[in-house]
Design a binder for this molecule. Structure first.
Ligand SMILES: C[S@@+](CC[C@H](N)C(=O)[O-])C[C@H]1O[C@@H](n2cnc3c(N)ncnc32)[C@H](O)[C@@H]1O
Length: 191
């Protein structure tokens, strides 16, 4: 019920944002597209959920953590601050990119964090050791093929929505103080 409400929340926001509902997300931007396909509106992951995502990914100082659709950069910034990991945030909204860069600067981790103003479809995240996702379910599914091609052992952690029919290695459910339920799932490429 709560998960259905969370999904409704993202889809409603997507509609209000003036972007595509999941059924309208296509694998490639159309030749006429004036903007990249929306894979999910900006809904930030609450910090307790961010911490759980990093914990389940077992992030450490050797990791290169990507957040596909990084919003204000909070996940890659926390990975750098808490674990000394390097992070790359991919985000197509320039305003959010600028905000993420300012946050990284303010938190003293701008040397560890790169924010790329880019469409996820155009981005290369093949050197990731950890990939974070908080996108619409249809978007995760579209990315499935590229995620499968990552190096063996790469950890993938998703907030709320799964990745097609992949069975996670582990799932945890958290409640935040606003009474929302959040699901965090982890996979390892090749396992
Ligand atoms: C649900 S928010 C998640 C933000 C952040 N990852 C977090 O968990 O706090 C999804 C983000 O993906 C971005 N996004 C959606 N489609 C994208 C695309 N094709 N390329 C890059 N970013 C995209 C949105 O602008 C938004 O900031």
């Amino acid at each position: 019920m709560q998960t259905a409400w969370n999904l409704g929340r993202l889809i409603l926001l997507a509609t209000l944002w003036g972007c595509a509902a999941p059924s309208a997300v296509s694998e490639r931007p159309s030749a006429n597209a004036t903007r990249p396909p929306d894979l999910g509106p900006f809904v930030p992951t609450p910090m307790p959920v961010v911490r759980k995502m990093l914990e389940l990914a077992e992030v450490n100082g050797d990791d290169l953590v990507y957040d596909l659709g990084c919003g204000d950069g909070r996940i890659v910034i926390a990975a750098a601050k808490q674990y000394g990991a390097r992070g790359v945030g991919i985000e197509y909204d320039l305003r959010l990119c600028e905000e993420a860069r300012r946050r990284a600067e303010r938190e003293g981790v701008s040397a560890f964090v790169e924010i790329r103003h880019q469409d996820i479809f155009e981005s290369d995240f093949s050197d990731a050791t950890v990939v974070m996702l908080y996108l619409l379910p249809a978007s995760n599914k579209i990315l499935q093929r590229r995620l499968r091609a990552l190096r063996r052992g790469t950890r993938i952690v998703a907030h709320d929505y799964g990745i097609g029919d992949w069975k996670p290695l582990h799932t945890e459910v958290l409640w935040t103080r606003d009474a929302f339920q959040h699901t965090v799932s982890v996979w390892r490429v090749g396992e």
